[in-house]
Ligand binder design. Structure first.
Ligand code: ADP
Ligand code: MG
Length: 238
C-alpha cells in the first residue's frame, strides 16, 4: 500500500564537485512519521545530501523518491510544492518584516486560507507571541532560529529537513525546538535532521543514519550506534 512506502527513498545517489565525490552512492530511507537523524564528520556529505533531496543540487545519478514521486534533479520549488521543507544553517528571513509577517509570507501555496490562524498557533508553539510585531532583524540569534523553524512549520510539509537547527542556541530555545518537533510529529510530520548535538540526537531521533566519505556506513537505534565503538571513535570523536 502507498502508506507503507517510506516518505523518502534514496538509492545509489552520486554527486561530485570537481574531484570530490560528495555523494558516492548514498542509500537510505526515512519512514513515514519517523524522525531520522543524520550524523557524520565534517565533509562527509550530509549537507550535500540535503541539497540533492531539496533540489538545490542535481544528482549525477541515482534515485530519489519523495512521497512516491521521483524528485532527483527537480527544481527546489517543485519539490517544496510536493510537501518537503527545509531550514538552512543560516536563517533566511525577511529582516524588515515583522515576525508575524515572516510567518504569513511563508504560508504554502494553497494554504492561504487559515494562514492567520496557523501563524497564531505557530507563534504560541514557538513562544514568539511577545515579539510577534517586532522586526525580524530585532530578534536574538536564537529567536531568529525559532522564526526560521516557524516559517517551515507554516508550509505544512509532510517531511521537514533540519540542518543543525539547535547548533549554538540557548538551552531554553533548544527545548522549545524539541517540543515543537515532538508536537509536529504527533500530527504526522516526518523529520530528517542533521545534528551534532548527541543529547538532541538521543532525545528526539527514532533512528540514526551515519555517513562518512559520501556514503551511509551504518544506521540504527542510538544505543546500538553508541555501542559500536568504531563508529563512536571515527564519527563522533569520543
Ligand atoms: P557535511 O555537511 O557533512 O559537512 P558537505 O556535504 O558540506 O559535508 O561536503 C561534502 C564534501 O563536498 C566536502 O568535501 C565539501 O568541501 C564538498 N562540497 C560541498 N559542496 C560543494 C560545492 N558546492 N562545491 C565544491 N565542493 C563542495
Ligand atoms: Mg553541513
Amino acid at each position: 500500500a502507498p502508506g507503507d512506502q517510506p516518505i523518502l527513498f534514496v538509492r545509489d545517489v552520486h554527486k561530485h564537485f570537481g574531484g570530490i565525490q560528495a555523494a558516492a552512492g548514498v542509500d537510505l530511507e526515512v519512514g513515514r512519521g519517523e524522525i531520522a537523524g543524520l550524523i557524520g564528520p565534517n565533509g562527509s556529505g550530509k549537507s550535500t545530501l540535503f541539497n540533492l533531496v531539496a533540489g538545490m543540487e542535481t544528482p549525477d545519478r541515482g534515485q530519489i523518491l519523495f512521497d512516491g514521486h521521483e524528485i532527483g534533479g527537480k527544481k527546489a520549488y517543485t519539490i517544496a510544492r510536493l510537501g518537503l521543507a527545509r531550514t538552512f544553517q543560516i536563517p533566511a528571513l525577511f529582516e524588515n518584516m515583522t515576525v508575524s509577517g515572516n510567518l504569513l509570507a511563508a504560508a504554502a501555496e494553497g494554504h492561504w486560507h487559515g494562514a492567520q490562524q496557523r501563524a497564531d498557533e505557530t507563534l504560541a508553539l514557538l513562544h514568539l507571541e511577545p515579539v510577534a510585531n517586532n522586526r525580524a532583524s530585532d530578534l536574538s540569534g536564537g529567536q531568529q532560529k525559532l522564526l526560521e523553524f516557524g516559517r517551515v512549520i507554516m508550509r505544512q510539509a509532510s517531511l521537514i529537513l533540519l540542518d543543525e537547527v539547535t547548533a549554538g542556541v540557548h538551552p531554553n530555545i533548544r527545548k522549545i525546538i524539541l517540543e515543537a518537533i515532538a508536537r509536529l510529529r504527533e500530527q504526522g510530520t516526518s523529520f530528517f535532521v542533521i545534528e551534532h548535538d548527541m543529547e538532541m540526537v538521543r532525545n528526539v531521533c527514532d533512528r540514526i543514519i551515519v555517513m562518512d566519505s559520501g556514503r551511509v556506513v551504518t544506521s540504527g537505534a542510538f544505543e546500538d550506534i553508541v555501542q559500536n565503538s568504531e563508529v563512536m571513535q571515527t564519527y563522533l570523536g569520543r
